[in-house]
Design a protein around this ligand. Structure first.
Ligand code: NAG
Ligand code: CU
Length: 257
């Protein structure tokens, strides 16, 4: 009976798609956002931003210029953060991911300023932290999403070793391309997660851009047919950030003078 009521309360929760159920950093597990938490009172705090995303759904290219692309639909920070140090390894654990949904996996990072809980998604300025996409073959070929599925449905990134301490949000994203051969067919699945970077010194982020400027529906990596004999793939979005080590920057400056 209980199971029936739960299923009835969540009619659109699709099992086939996934969500970031948790984050592991420095060996510690943190609770991610889960659409079912919308029905809890009070809603538990999570390191993952909450969103109106009851179907574990996606953001379409026709909304890539709108605020929903930042941290998903009607997203807001949800009260908790992951504690890390510069150089910490961070693993995003999805609960499941369909192998058919091949495409790029991209992480971006933005400073929240005083607090991520009061940051508005539209004002976050993101720098691309890491990315992966096509590996080999075609029609449809091997993609990093295949590795993500094999690797405990997870993706690991590293906090830049020279990052200044502070409050940050990492926007972790899969873009599924199985329907991207048609206009408006790509599917972006962003999940924002809050971090507090400890330490001292380091370099502040600069040159970030709002997520609403990342992608256009006509970008070669967004309007892309997986089911052809392609020989390459252009990962969409801005160039990777240059997380140059502080010593290297100082050395470069000495060299330039
Ligand atoms: C694999 O995923 C499960 C579920 O998310 C998680 O509890 C576990 O810690 C993960 N294992 C590793 C080695 O990360
Ligand atoms: Cu799907």
């Amino acid at each position: 009976m209980k199971a029936y009521i739960l299923a009835g309360a969540l009619p659109a929760l699709t099992a086939a798609h996934g969500h970031v159920q948790g984050v592991i950093a420095d060996g510690k597990w943190y609770q991610g956002w889960n659409a079912a938490f919308k029905y809890n009172s009070p809603i538990p705090t999570t390191v993952g931003w909450q969103a109106d995303n009851l179907d574990n759904g996606f953001v379409s290219p026709d909304a890539f210029g709108k605020v929903d692309i930042v941290c998903h639909k009607s997203a807001k920070s949800n009260g908790a953060y992951v504690s890390v140090k510069p150089g910490s390894k961070v693993t995003f654990l999805w609960d499941t991911w369909p192998v058919s949904h091949k495409g790029p996996v991209i992480d971006y990072i933005a400073s929240c300023g005083a607090s991520c809980d009061t940051a508005s998604p539209a004002s976050l300025l993101f720098t691309k932290l890491d990315q992966g996409a096509w590996i080999s073959g075609n029609d449809p070929g091997a993609w990093v999403t295949d590795d993500l599925v094999k690797n405990n449905v997870s993706w690991t990134t590293t906090i830049p070793s020279n990052l200044a301490p502070g409050n940050y949000v990492i926007r972790h994203e899969i873009i599924a391309l199985h329907a991207a051969g048609q206009t408006n067919g790509a599917q972006a699945y962003p999940q924002c997660v809050n971090f507090k970077v400890e330490g001292s010194g380091g370099v502040a982020l600069s040159g970030g851009v709002p997520a609403t400027s990342f992608y256009k529906a006509s970008d070669p990596g967004i309007l892309f047919n997986l089911y052809t004999k392609f020989t390459g793939y252009t990962i969409p979005g801005p160039a990777l950030g240059k997380f140059v080590k502080r010593e290297e920057r100082e050395h470069m400056r000495d060299f330039m003078q």
